[in-house]
Design a protein around this ligand. Sequence first.
Ligand code: ZN
Ligand code: ZN
Ligand code: FE
Length: 761
Amino acid sequence: MVFVVEAFTVTGIVQGVGFRPFVYRLATQLGLDGEVGNDAVSVFVTVAGPPDRLDEFERRLCDDAPPLASIESISRRPLDDGRIQAGHGFRIVPSRSADGERTLVPPDTAVCDDCLAELFDPDDRRYRHPFVTCTNCGPRFTIVRSLPYDRPATTMAAFEMCAACAEEYADPGDRRYHAQPIACHDCGPTLSCTVPGEPIAATASALDRGDVAAVKGLGGFHLMCDATSDAAVRRLRDRKDRPDKPFAIMVADLDAARQVAEVSDAEADLLASPARPIVLLRTRDDSGLTRLVAPGNPLVGVMLPYTPIHHLLFAEGLGPLVCTSGNRGGEPIVHRDEDVDEVLAPLADVALTHDRPIEVPCDDSVVRVVGDRLLPVRRARGYAPVPVALDGARRAVLAVGGEMKSTCCVASHQHAWVSQHIGEQGTLATLDAFEAVAAQFTRLYDVEPDVIAVDAHPAYATSRWGRRRAGGRVIEVQHHHAHVAAVMAEHGVAPGTAVLGIAFDGTGYGTDGAIWGGEVLLATASGFERAAHLAPVQLPGGDAAIANPYRVALAHLHAAGIDRREDLAPVAELRSDGDAARVLARQLETGFSCVPTTSMGRLFDAVASLIGLRHRISYEAQAAIELEIAAATAGPTDRRYRFTLAGGADGPVVADPAPVIRAIVDDLSCGIDTATVAAAFHVAVVELVAELVAHLRDRADAVALTGGVFQNALLTRWCLDRLGEDGVHALTHHRVPPNDGGLALGQAYIAAHTPDPSMEV
Ligand code: ZN
Ligand code: ZN
Ligand code: FE
């Protein structure tokens, strides 16, 4: 028989996920000899055997990889190595460290079925152990202090393994071989509760009574309460001072999810996936949830239990629980026990905690399903810090993202690591949290940034932070260019490719100092041309307009020449403002302290107010979300409102919304119902996108939809369908959100690929 010796190198998320024991079992099964080990960036395998068996080995290396592994590449080459010989057996060898790029940290994942079975098996030694975990599941990213990922580098360092655990840890045939967080009743962390009794039972009965509980999860504390009780949810809303913004819920299992919401197959797969995100679902009429969970909103964010502690709680027979980040409004999630007393004690009646520290705070992720596509809304636990591959980057970058839905991104020569969602900037606490994450990512991945990429907005806290920080050259990136580049990065679009980016969002600083947000860019990684945009309207008093959609509506009515009609809802709303009314009317007349904006997000706000849906908001994008919901109830419509297009000869095409506004006002006076008007407005935006793409597509190699407006699942789906009719396959986000949570990735992509960054400063 012919024997050959070959070396395999496997890169990707292949450490801390049971990859070496998997290779060991596979090689032994195939009767191959050799060795497997970790180095700093990959798993290396040397095998000896017949060529056809090596082929099978390579195939199954990919096909049968452990569930948490994510292979980026497998390379294979012949080896002339006298050490590896047939008949010597297969072994796992110690890790070897090398310079260069660091290995990849896996994300946190939900407790696996094997561990779950042990959790509820009275004969198992880990029966009801709240920290049961193995190589296939459990905490990872949130317990890592440094790399390489080994137990002493995690928050489990203080827990010395007992003999039984140590034996499992050292046995390549065991499911817990080198599972860093393993523990048991004899050696692991312990639960505690602020009320007397067994912690799980005490917390469950408090929840049952309608109390609010703070519960320590993987990336921070949740606040939980009975989602079917008006009184319980109202108490939580009052304490958090959060009148309307929807809460997410946690339910026992998929069946329980189907009792509260409509769940498609794709949505069920996502709910039960190892990342266990919050999935936005359509609430059932007979859900039994109090309407205070998501007032006026037919969607509900649902997640399934993902830690053993959650499973133990639900095993006490609890129904759906509100499950929201433990924090004060606008502040980062509380993750340290030291902060529980100060921050959470006033919010919660009882706290269930434990002594395994959380190193890295990480909120729950939020996703939607659009057709068969995944649409990330908030990227955090379960997805962070999986990197995006970056080919041929010219330099190392720290990108600081934007102001809302803040994230940062560290890019080396081959990878871009986008941080978990940090929160809204504007408080010292979130800037501190941002700084901590930026420091942690540069340290963890050992990246010394050559440049810092910031949003071009002069007043963003993160931009100012980036400019202040010494030792790095600053690259300013235009907001919507970053949105488009984020799609390019996710889809591995080469930096020189011309992409037609439809970037619709609320607010982004334009190169002319105006507020942009209804932009169509012809972009590459190194530059862009503004190919089209909405016609600007004069927005009175910037931020006040954002909180008061009726003011945006007045601006659009003024631009359309019909702001004096007393029968219009925004005009009536203004009258109720008394003194402000006169000031505002004057502002609109004179343009004094008005800001020109081309924002598509604001146009959605304006229409929501115009049709009488929402004049003032209590959380971001509330009016636009309600407009989407109204449109979804009506469904597709034949009514046609049209933007008029002008310009384009040797400047951008300008799309004027005034005719759309006038048509809406006409329809309202004819008594057309608001849901139909909302749907017709969506159709008008879809037709605008189709028209602009048809006009500009021959100048681009790809089309991308991006910006916070595309968090609107209805708009995104209708756009994709409509473009599909024209034979255009548009790229959408699937790794990072279309909203400003994706900016950091786009900034990093641009800064990493721009030939001469001095051009961009
Ligand atoms: Zn497990
Ligand atoms: Zn133990
Ligand atoms: Fe944006």
